[in-house]
Each structure stands twice: as structure tokens, then as C-alpha cells.
Design a protein around this ligand. Structure first.
Ligand code: 0XW
Ligand code: MG
Length: 367
């Protein structure tokens, strides 16, 4: 099977209610890039990448399209035998830009799944479940309002809550964590600073909330900062933004500075890379999520498929943007959170195919 054509689409996925707020500010312009790989057999594979704004990571939406535009001509005509072959070809066409390469990698998995009549989760090792836990991300807001939404989400059936902190006085963070805990009693609570806290602020939260069971997610900017205070913390630590690739995951594990990870499929470079990190985490009994930063049904399906292959005791959940966007490319098989859980699409491939016209006309085509 050869790659005959590649098409790029651009889709705006603004958050319902206007903004998604984290420690780095309010995100309103969510710009997704969808990749369609058309094979010489007529089958199509779909991939997607959607950075959450230009500052959250070393990634931005026009950058994804520029990188894909650079790589696509070099892919047209190539034989697709497996994802690793394509991944190496991508590295031969452009250095870095894993978040853009991820969209191709996902599309290749979708294409191969369709060609062989397999779901992507089966290609990745086999699913252990037909539905995965999700979690609700409580964006930065006033403490009382955050606690109100937290209680609402637990009542909806969410098994896990992520409370955003940082970018404001630490007292407001402490008040928010306490109010969410009092309102929900949720024991699967995560406090995510998205890199923003000073080490002394992390220590302050740790002590002020000593009686509340939660996991810190990416409290400080770097692994070194986390390493400096790790022995003084009572709460476990998961890394998210620092888990940039397999090498950084290995570094964190060898430094012994974390108890798990918040993984992002596109940041790691796609499904093949995420499956490799999954296996490393399993070897060290490290729990993790399988998320992405934003996006529609395609990236959501990719996250759910790889999550379905994680050892059940190690899967912390899957975050998808769907509850915040309410947009579906595939209206027949939408990927959605229902009562805090997400069904694994039944395939083949990713099990989602954009409706005709759902993505508009391609913004670039090759082949
Ligand atoms: C909650 N998320 C998965 C969505 C946003 O991109 C941030 C992210 C996180 O955990 O940091
Ligand atoms: Mg996070």
C-alpha cells in the first residue's frame, strides 16, 4: 500500500463559554490541524494535532501545518508497511516537530487498521476494556465556583478531577483545593500547576493541604526543580509537560522524581511513541493518563485507543476536549464523555471518519 495523496485541513475548536483558563492564561483560539492520508487502495487514514495555544508547549498550530507541508511531499509515493518505517522516514525529512509528526503517525495507524480490519487498540497490543475513565479538568476560577462545578462533575459520574492552580496568589490555590475536597470528597484528585509554581509555593500547598489526598501534576517548570523538593513532599508527583519524549520519561524515572505521568499523545510523537512510554511505565508500575492538549474526534479516538491497551491498574484516565467544544467531525460515531467515561470506538482503525464536508476544503494538498 502506497501513500497517494495527503490533505491538510484546519478546524477552529473554540471552548464553549469562551475560554479555557490555566496558569499561563486564557485560551480562546484553539486551532486544530487534521491530516488525511489517501492510499493507492482508496482507503484513507486520519490524524490530528491541536496545540493549546502557542505558549503552553513548544508547539503552535501554524507550526504544525508548516512542518506537515515540509514533510508531506517526501511521503507521497512511499510504501506503508508499518508505523515505525514511516516514523523513521519522517525523522529523515525534518528534525523535531514531534507534535506535527504525531498527526501522520495517527493517520498511518488508522490506515493500517482499516487495511487489516483491526481497531487501532488491537494494533497497539490489544484492548483490556471497552470503555475508559475520563476526568474533568477544573479550569482556573474562583474557589467557590470551582467547588460548585467539581460537585456537579462528580454527580455526573466523573471518577477523577483535575484542579488547575498557579498564576495567582498561592492562598487562592489552597482555598480552591480545600473547597473542592470539601464539596466532593473525591479521592482521585489532581492538582495541576502546568509548570507554574515556585518550589516554595509547592511546599506551602503540600503542608497547608496535608490532610487532603491529591497528586501534584507538573508543579514546577523543570525536573530539576521537582527533584530539589521531592523528598520534602507528602503528596505524590506526576509529570506532564516535562514528559516531552521517551528520553525525558526515562530520565524522570531514573532520577526517581515522580510517581506517574500525564501523557500527551501528540507531544510524544504519536501512538507508536505513546505505546513505547506505556510499556516503560508498565515495567516500572507507574500510572499515567493518555490525553492530548485539545482537538476533535480524531485525536480523542487516538487517546482512547491507546488508553484501552494500558494495564488497567495503571490507567489514570483520558482527557478529551469534547466536553469543552461539543464539536463532532463524525456525527455517526462521535467520541464523547458519558457519565465520566468514554467508549472505545469499535473501528476498524480509529473508528471515526469525518462526515463529508465537516472539515471544509483542504488548506493544502499533496500528490
Ligand atoms: C487537562 N489537559 C489535558 C488539557 C489542557 O491541554 C491541559 C492539559 C493538562 O493536563 O495540563
Ligand atoms: Mg497537566
Amino acid at each position: 500500500m502506497r501513500i497517494a495523496e495527503i490533505h491538510l485541513y484546519q478546524v477552529d475548536l473554540p471552548p464553549v463559554g469562551g475560554v479555557y483558563r490555566m496558569s499561563d492564561g486564557a485560551h480562546a483560539d484553539l486551532d486544530s490541524t487534521v491530516v488525511q492520508i489517501v492510499s493507492d487502495t482508496g482507503l484513507s487514514g486520519w490524524g490530528e494535532t491541536c496545540p493549546i495555544g502557542p505558549t503552553h508547549a513548544a508547539a503552535h498550530a501554524p507550526g504544525a501545518r508548516a512542518a506537515l507541508t515540509r514533510m508531506a511531499p517526501g511521503l507521497v509515493g512511499r510504501t506503508v508497511t508499518g508505523p515505525a518505517v514511516v516514523r523513521r522516514a519522517l525523522h529523515g525529512l525534518l528534525g523535531g516537530h514531534d507534535y506535527a509528526k504525531a498527526a501522520i503517525d495517527i493517520a498511518v495507524h488508522d490506515l493500517l487498521g482499516k487495511a487489516h480490519g483491526l481497531r487501532v487498540c488491537d494494533l497497539l497490543g490489544g484492548a483490556t476494556t471497552d470503555q475508559v475513565d475520563s476526568y474533568h479538568s477544573l479550569t482556573l476560577d474562583e474557589p467557590d465556583e470551582t467547588a460548585r462545578i467539581a460537585a456537579e462533575k462528580i454527580a455526573e459520574g466523573y471518577p477523577r478531577l483535575q484542579v488547575k492552580v498557579g498564576g495567582r496568589p498561592v492562598e487562592a490555590d489552597i482555598e480552591t483545593i480545600r473547597k473542592v475536597w470539601e464539596a466532593t470528597g473525591c479521592t482521585r484528585l489532581v492538582v495541576d500547576a502546568n509548570r507554574s509554581l515556585l518550589t516554595r509555593e509547592v511546599l506551602r500547598i503540600d503542608r497547608a493541604c496535608a490532610d487532603i489526598p491529591f497528586v501534584f501534576e507538573q508543579p514546577c517548570h523543570s525536573m530539576e526543580e521537582v527533584a530539589a523538593i521531592r523528598a520534602q513532599l507528602d503528596h505524590p508527583v506526576h509529570l506532564d509537560e516535562s514528559a516531552e519524549d521517551l528520553g525525558e520519561v526515562l530520565r524522570a524515572i531514573s532520577l526517581g522524581i515522580c510517581d506517574g505521568f500525564g501523557l500527551k499523545v501528540t507531544r510524544l510523537g504519536g501512538l507508536g511513541a505513546t505505546a513505547a512510554v506505556r510499556d516503560v511505565c508498565e515495567a516500572r508500575s507507574l500510572p499515567h493518563t493518555c490525553d492530548d492538549s485539545w482537538g476533535g474526534d480524531i485525536i480523542a479516538a487516538a487517546c482512547v485507543h491507546v488508553a484501552a491497551t494500558v494495564h488497567p491498574r495503571l490507567l489514570d484516565g483520558v482527557w478529551i476536549a469534547e466536553p469543552f467544544t461539543k464539536v463532532h467531525y463524525d456525527t455517526a460515531n462521535p467520541v464523547r464523555v458519558e457519565a465520566g467515561r468514554i467508549r472505545v470506538p469499535t473501528g476498524p482503525g480509529l473508528g471515526v471518519v469525518p462526515d463529508d464536508g465537516a472539515l471544509g476544503d483542504p488548506v493544502a494538498s499533496f500528490g
